[in-house]
Design a protein around this ligand. Sequence first.
Ligand code: SF4
Length: 432
Amino acid sequence: MKGHTTPAAGCRDVPVLKERGQREVFCGLTGIIWLHRKMQDAFFLVVGSRTCAHLLQSAAGVMIFAEPRFGTAILEEQDLAGMADAHDELDREVERLLSRRPDIRQLFLVGSCPSEVIKLDLARAAERLSSVYAPNVQVVNFSGSGIETTFTQGEDACLAALSRELPETDASNLVVVGALPDVVEDQMRGLLEGLGIPYVSVLPAQRAGEHPAVGPNTRFILTQPFLGETHAALVGRGAQHISAPFPFGEAGTTAWLQAVADAYGVRPDRFDSVTEAPRARARKAIAAAARDLTGRSIFFFPDSQLEIPLARFLTNECGMTPLEIGQPYITKEIVGPDLDLIPEGPVLSEGQDVDLQLDRARKLRPDVTVCGLGLANPLEAEGLTTKWAIELVFTPVHFYEQAGDLAALFARPIRRKNLIRAMHPNRMEAAE
Ligand code: SF4
């Protein structure tokens, strides 16, 4: 394989520290924020509480649309009085929404964690509503509940639900799975087109009618490591997974493309001619940002589920030393190729017991700590430099042209800390 060397002993088989204690992560509803931007004729109707509505409002920040593509149907305590009433109320909400918004072609009923919602059978509701509004509107349900999902699992649950509904085909095609920003998707399509890969489609597509068909001659490759349930759903439909490291950084992108090229028998000279120029650009951009990263240590709290591929990128392409790589859950079938490329050494942890993990981070005092928003401020106050995991999901970071930006995301907090240290040396000493 070009673009990277496999270490003598990677991390695939190192013992994993499994923790099942209190965890500090967002819930899967967060994924709606990036999914609704991608799927332009979809509406995400969260069936939830006021808390869910507040989460969505604050996660969406200042984005204001004339016609928003997500909303919350708030179930009150009294709705518990009769489930039949709750279903009727939901039907009325959907009727109101769809009559006002003829542009909606896909309606997602998104479950949440209040007990009133858990008791409501949203799968049955989706089936009932689908039969009413088909073929104009497809109604699908998934759960974004904080009890069942971490924040990137919302996308997984959504795409898994979609995968089960995709039309059947015997034709040969390649499905690239994961919601990428449009500009990144265009770059990825350009690279695959350059390699001569036929019949490429993406899941999710921008519009309902453009979702791919799947069957036994479908190959699929993931762009996000958190798509475990979607992976299982597609395999269940007979599709074949192309296993690869994730397309972060120059080497990760090259390895990802190489896996596709190998599956389709692309000639090495064609591969080289398509990838040579963007590889050189990516290497140059990474080198500029990596000046502040080389020789620094990094600690990942489990959050976005991107931790293992990012640790591979930061170790092999930016010269960082991972001390602990925590991921909410580790599916080796999916992140195994990245684990193979991370030299043995860091603690690999799955799940979380937040107090124990905080103790480990405080003891190790890494140069950069990647964690959720809730942990970042307290750790900053203790003098640690942090990077919010959620930024990695909201920022375009995949493929060659974003490789420099990805490295820069980690370099920025170090530069900021150095600047503050230079301006206020006494204050920094006190914090540390
Ligand atoms: S789904 Fe659960 S965790 Fe998420 S906002 Fe609603 S109540 Fe909170």
